[in-house]
Design a protein around this ligand. Structure first.
Ligand code: FAD
Length: 308
């Protein structure tokens, strides 16, 4: 049996999350195939040929252009009988698709996997990351979403995968694409950035978030926020880091004016180096910080920017 990894892409480029999902699949010690569903997405397959996968299944059809979960889930279901495992990254796309596939196949699924113990036993965080559950999946086909930050991305290989075209006409028409609103930013994407600077309620206002932007400009970082900062209107919803926001694992995470609630830590504690700036020496963020600065952020941020 083999593992099927679902590729994430924008019809032109493969997204980094796929490389992490492939790394997780490699730990299952089965042959790995890659499924690319899209429209006019041959370029994605051409890049994927340079990865260590057996066969690239290319479903290039107009109904997959926007990779809506409903038609994609039906396609995955039609292919599933050849696989022991189906793996997707635990991104919004993967989290939308795989539960539908599980329902269609009438099997369970294991979400947010952070370690693979064996072909049927997986580790995943529970209670906002405060405990790790080891779960065993007994279904014949195991469906996993994997947390990208827990698996090092695979590199290219001279393996030379083959491309096989697949077609499927079972689209139920249950959904249709209406429009897409993309926030354009010159900054790196939050979940892929090497440096993330996050602000909390202590920032005090939307205008004060500009202080973080100046720092982010110097460090080529992305800007994150706590839920309290988002709820207060200081930052946009898609900037939220945490249990109900985005999971990040950058090389450097600078937490400014945020207390370090467990729900926030759930989204950032895997960062390699954590720097905290908070005027309260007892703030819980200092328990996970590698470097802590007990100070008023309005005094130290301009100073830090100056020094950089
Ligand atoms: P606060 O806890 O109010 O902390 C503000 C900090 O700023 C304080 O420590 C203070 O000392 C410091 N400060 C103030 N002024 C200054 C200054 N001038 N200089 C330096 N420091 C200063 N939260 C998330 O972030 N992400 C999530 O995904 C998330 N999901 C949640 C899900 C659920 C189900 C629930 C119940 C909660 C969730 N929360 C989440 C909310 C979380 O519990 C906290 O309420 C939130 O993270 C607190 O945000 P904060 O640290 O910005 O605010």
């Amino acid at each position: 049996m083999a593992t099927l990894v679902i590729a994430e892409h924008d019809n032109a480029q493969l997204k980094p999350a796929t490389l992490h999902a492939l790394a997780a699949a490699a730990e299952l010690n089965t042959e790995t195939d890659l499924l690319i569903m899209g429209h006019q997405c041959q370029a994605v397959a051409d890049v994927a040929v340079g990865l260590k996968v057996g066969t690239i299944l290319l479903a290039d059809a107009v109904e997959y252009e926007h990779q809506l979960a409903e038609p994609c889930a039906e396609l995955v279901q039609s292919l599933a009988c050849d696989y022991s495992h189906i793996v997707a990254a635990a991104t919004t796309t993967g989290k939308n698709l795989l539960p539908r596939v599980a329902a269609l196949l009438d099997v369970g699924m294991v979400s947010e996997v952070i370690a693979i113990e064996s072909s049927d036993t997986f580790c995943r965080p529970i209670y906002a990351g405060n405990a790790i559950a080891t779960v065993q999946a007994l279904d014949a086909i195991k469906l996993l979403t994997v947390r990208a930050s827990a698996f090092t991305a695979v590199g290219s290989s001279d393996h030379g995968a083959t491309i096989r075209k697949v077609t499927f006409s079972g689209d139920s028409g249950g959904s249709r694409f209406v429009s897409e609103a993309l926030a354009s930013s010159a900054r790196p994407e939050l979940t892929a950035a090497r440096v993330v600077i996050s602000g909390g309620r202590g920032m005090g206002s939307k205008e004060n978030f500009a202080l973080l932007e100046q720092l982010a400009d110097k460090l080529n970082g992305a800007i994150g926020a706590t839920r309290a900062a988002v709820d207060a209107g200081f930052a946009a919803n898609d900037m939220q880091v945490g249990q109900t926001g985005k999971i990040v694992a950058p090389e450097l995470y600078i937490a400014v004016g945020l207390s370090g609630a467990i729900q926030h830590l759930a989204g950032m504690k895997e960062a390699k180096v954590i720097v905290a700036i908070n005027k309260d020496a007892d703030a819980p963020i200092f328990e996970v910080a590698d470097y802590g600065l007990v100070a008023d952020l309005f005094e130290v941020l301009p100073e830090l920017e100056q020094l950089l």
